[in-house]
Structure formats: structure tokens, C-alpha cells
Design a protein around this ligand. Structure first.
Ligand SMILES: Cc1cc2nc3c(=O)[nH]c(=O)nc-3n(C[C@H](O)[C@H](O)[C@H](O)COP(=O)(O)OP(=O)(O)OC[C@H]3O[C@@H](n4cnc5c(N)ncnc54)[C@H](O)[C@@H]3O)c2cc1C
Length: 462
């Protein structure tokens, strides 16, 4: 499987699978790399192996992924599971993509590289969030998909995934003790002017789905409470969650607490590649600067899916088709007219999918920044107050904060703390997010062993 590919695609989620399929079906040589054991990405994780009853319990949107996975499998795209990409080196003739499988690193070259690496949950630094038993809602969802239940579960946060997770738990026989809705008071009024735009395209369907999920929770007897001031309590592990509701501090004992404040693009790879990024105030995150076909500022590097801005799974698949069409053109397999013929319908569907986003983004916009006492960089145990103090002492941005405090230098390589460190520094210095910027990200993108580096070779060398 060595050689040069028309495209190397990083990520076999909806975006990567759709891009790979649309290219391979038209005769292009495509390689799709993903660190997971099977295609599906974040949303359709494990769908091929899941019993039908469990698929049904996860909901119609999850079940819809089976057709995309089957199409991808049948398309002729080459696919490598368990392949963790740790570096991409842009070049004039093609881009080197370095990845590690089973302890050995390999390199392939793509005339185009598509980063379809998806999103990550927005970090939620609240007091006690580093305790064992506290996790992202996505992690609880992964446990559910793997068939592992959770005792004494509380879900705290805001956004569609909070409702969806609670409903999925109910359907699988795990009743959350409570859903603590942290949506800030005033968000609905602020989002209301955006409602007319949200009912266009497929927006009405998504809003209706949200109402149905709320009804399902109510009829399922799940307690849903509007709260502020969430605090996780415990010594060795989380034991309870306290919060303020109706003017009173309340407390629920819990073994697992799922936190969630929305998702943001995973930017480590596009940052390491040197792609230009811009702060998106609406989605409150950095995103790579893209043209209408997914091209970044780095020649031959494209982004599709949630990694380019949060749009959801169906939007990710449409963006994958658009980027696939552009990569067919770049590989000389179609001309501009042929590209537009493939991309046109997908672009229309994409616009219909994302019509609801501005409303949802405003409605579920998280509250402000953490207080001084809250740990922000969990690897190095640096608090928000430490970061503000570093700014007061002259640290200009996240990279100087690294030098002052070692933020972002732990095992997660800044993935978790990066977005929050930038926001805290911008707030402390009173400058814009684009001015404050983000960590400089360098390879390896994820930790690898020296042995994996030493065993590096061309793909196909054994
Ligand atoms: C935690 C979480 C839970 C979510 N749950 C839901 C849900 O229940 N319902 C819903 O509608 N939407 C959900 N979403 C949103 C949904 O997952 C996305 O809209 C959709 O999956 C985006 O598709 P994508 O192809 O852009 O990325 P993804 O589906 O995230 O796929 C990206 C793929 O890239 C791979 N990858 C990333 N980095 C590397 C690397 N360095 N090397 C190799 N492979 C790599 C990952 O393994 C992954 O398979 C969730 C998002 C998150 C972050």
C-alpha cells in the first residue's frame, strides 16, 4: 500500500468517509487513516458491531450512519484503522503523512490531504472537574455505545448533546439522577432574533427534535433543573455535585458526573500544519480559515466536517463530499465543471443543515470564564488565577504562559487547556482572541514512544 495517493484523508467520521467514498467511486486512489478500530467517527462509533436493538435505542440519527459506513466500505477507498496520525509535512509535490500502527510508524504521501479530524468537547473547568468519575458527556456516550452502564449518573451542562445523552441513557435503562441545565439566563432572549433563520432549511426538524427529547425526559421521570455554580465534591473520586437552583444551594450524591458545554473544532492538526485560523465569536472557538471547497491557507491541505466549524454529522458528510470533489479536481480526475457537478447538491444540503446553527450557538453559549481558584491546565495543575497572574506579570499570550507556568506542556499537549488558556489571557489583557492566538503546536500531535519513531519506515516496509 505504499506510494502516492490522490488524497490521504485523516479521520473516518462522516466527513472523511463521505470524501473517501465520493473520490474512490470515481476512480481516485484514496487512503483513509483513523485511530479508531472501525469507521464511523465520533457519532457512528462502533455502529457496525452494535446489536440492532442497541442501535435503535441510540436514536434515528445514529442508525442513519450505517448506510454511510456501508457505502464507504464498498467504495474501494483504502482504509487503515488503528492508525494514529502524528505529523503531516506539507511539500511542493505532495504532503507526507506520518502515522503509527501497532507500535510502528509509517509514511505515505498525498497529493491532497484532508483533515477530517472532527471536534472535541469544550473543556468545562468548574471546581472539582479533575476528580475521577467526572467526564465529558461524550465519554459517557462512548461507554453506552460499548454497552457499559453508569450508576448514579448526573448530567450537567448545556446544548443538544445533554438532552440527547439523557434520552439515550433512558432508552438503555440508565436513568440519570438529574439533568442540570447550565444554559445561562438571558440566552433565550438573546437567541430569539435568530429564530426566523433557524426554521429555514432543516432547522425546524432539529428544533422539533429538541422539543421531543425534552418531552421524553419529562415523561421518563428525569429531573431537569436550571442551575448555576456547579461544584463537584469528593476526595479520591467524585461523590456529589452541588449547584444553585431557585436561590438555594442543593446537592446530589453521584458516582459519575457528565459535563458538557458544546463541542469545538479539534485544531491541533491544522495548527501544527500552519493553517490560518480565525476566532468565531458565534461558536466561541477558533476555526481554520476555509474557502467554499474546504481549502485551507496551506496549499493542498483541506478541512471538512466539524474540524472546520461545528455543523453536526450530516453537515460533516456534505462538507466531505464538497472537499472530495475539490480533491478530485486537484488530482486531475475532473475539471472545474466536473467538480461543481459533484459539489453543487452537497453545498445546497450543507446550507440547509447549518441554518439552525446561529440560533443554537447563541442559545447554548456558555457562561463566562472560571474563577481564579479553578484548575484549568489539569496536566500541570495550573489555575485560572495563575494564568491571570502570569498575564499581569507580562506574559503576552498562551505561548509565554507556557514558559511561565508549563501550561499545555503535559500529556494532553495543550489539547484540553488550550482554548480556555487563550480566553483567560485575552480577558486578562483586554485584547481580542485573534490577537492573543493559540499555542504553537508541534509534532508529534499525540504522544508516541521513541520505539515508534525508531521503527519509522515507508508504508509497506515490514
Ligand atoms: C464527544 C462528542 C460526542 C458527540 N455526540 C454526538 C451525538 O450523539 N449526536 C450527534 O448528532 N452529534 C454528536 N457529536 C457531534 C458529531 O460527532 C459530529 O458532528 C460529527 O461526528 C462530525 O463528523 P466529522 O467527520 O467531522 O468528525 P468525527 O466524527 O469526530 O470523526 C473524526 C475522526 O478523526 C479521527 N482522528 C482524529 N484525530 C486523528 C489522528 N491524529 N489520527 C487518526 N485519526 C484521527 C477520529 O478517530 C475520528 O474517528 C458529538 C461530538 C463529540 C465531540
Amino acid at each position: 500500500m505504499s506510494g502516492v495517493f490522490d488524497a490521504v484523508i485523516i479521520g473516518a467520521g462522516p466527513a472523511g468517509m463521505a470524501a473517501g467514498a465520493v473520490m474512490a467511486e470515481r476512480g481516485a486512489r484514496v487512503l483513509v487513516l483513523d485511530e479508531q478500530a472501525a469507521p464511523g467517527g465520533q457519532i457512528y462509533r462502533g455502529i457496525e458491531a452494535m446489536p440492532a436493538a442497541r442501535v435503535a435505542a441510540m436514536g434515528a440519527d445514529y442508525a442513519a450512519g450505517a448506510a454511510l459506513v456501508a457505502r464507504f466500505r464498498a467504495s474501494g477507498a483504502e482504509y487503515r484503522p488503528g492508525a494514529m496520525v502524528w505529523q503531516v509535512v506539507p511539500g511542493e509535490e505532495g504532503h507526507e503523512v506520518w502515522f503509527s500502527i501497532a507500535g510502528k510508524s509509517r509514511c505515505v504521501v498525498g497529493k491532497s490531504v484532508l483533515v477530517a479530524a472532527g471536534a472535541m468537547e469544550r473543556p468545562v473547568p468548574v471546581p472539582g472537574w479533575t476528580l475521577p468519575g467526572v467526564m465529558g458527556a461524550g465519554a459517557v456516550q462512548v461507554l453506552l455505545k460499548a454497552g457499559i452502564g453508569a450508576e448514579r449518573l448526573v448530567i450537567a451542562g448545556a446544548g443538544p448533546l445533554v438532552l440527547l445523552l439523557a434520552a439515550q441513557c433512558l432508552a438503555l435503562g440508565v436513568r440519570p439522577l438529574a439533568v442540570l441545565d447550565t444554559t445561562p439566563a438571558g440566552n433565550f432572549a438573546a437567541a430569539l432574533p435568530l429564530l426566523p433563520g433557524a426554521v429555514r432549511g432543516r432547522g425546524l426538524g432539529y428544533l422539533w427534535k429538541g422539543l421531543l427529547l425534552q418531552a421524553r425526559l419529562r415523561f421518563g421521570g428525569v429531573r431537569v433543573v436550571r442551575v448555576t455554580d456547579v461544584v463537584l465534591e469528593g476526595a479520591e473520586a467524585v461523590r456529589a455535585v452541588s449547584f444553585r437552583a431557585g436561590g438555594q444551594v442543593q446537592r446530589i450524591e453521584a458516582d459519575i458526573v457528565a459535563l458538557h458545554e458544546g463541542v469545538i473544532p479539534a485544531q491541533q492538526m491544522t495548527r501544527a500544519l500552519g493553517c490560518a485560523h480565525k476566532w468565531d465569536e458565534g461558536q466561541r472557538c477558533f476555526r481554520p480559515v476555509l474557502d467554499g471547497f474546504g481549502n485551507t491557507s496551506v496549499h493542498g491541505v483541506l478541512v471538512a466536517g466539524d474540524g472546520g466549524g461545528i455543523g453536526g454529522a450530516r453537515a460533516a458528510a456534505q462538507a466531505g463530499v464538497v472537499a472530495g470533489a475539490e480533491m478530485l479536481r486537484r488530482a486531475g480526475r475532473v475539471d472545474g465543471v466536473g467538480r461543481d457537478a459533484v459539489a453543487g447538491p452537497a453545498l445546497r444540503d450543507l446550507a440547509a443543515e447549518v441554518a439552525v446553527r446561529p440560533f443554537l450557538d447563541r442559545l447554548f453559549r456558555p457562561a463566562g470564564l472560571p474563577g481564579d481558584e479553578v484548575v484549568v491546565c489539569r496536566c500541570e495543575e495550573v489555575t485560572a488565577g495563575d494564568i491571570r497572574a502570569a498575564a499581569a506579570q507580562g506574559a503576552q499570550g498562551p505561548n509565554q504562559a507556557k514558559a511561565f507556568l508549563r501550561t499545555g506542556m503535559g500529556a494532553c499537549q495543550g489539547r484540553i487547556c488550550g482554548p480556555m488558556v487563550s480566553e483567560i489571557m485575552a480577558g486578562a489583557r483586554g485584547v481580542s482572541m485573534d490577537e492573543i492566538g493559540y499555542y504553537r503546536i508541534r509534532a508529534p500531535l499525540k504522544p508516541i514512544t521513541v520505539g515508534e519513531l525508531a521503527a519509522a519506515g515507508d508504508d509497506g516496509d515490514d
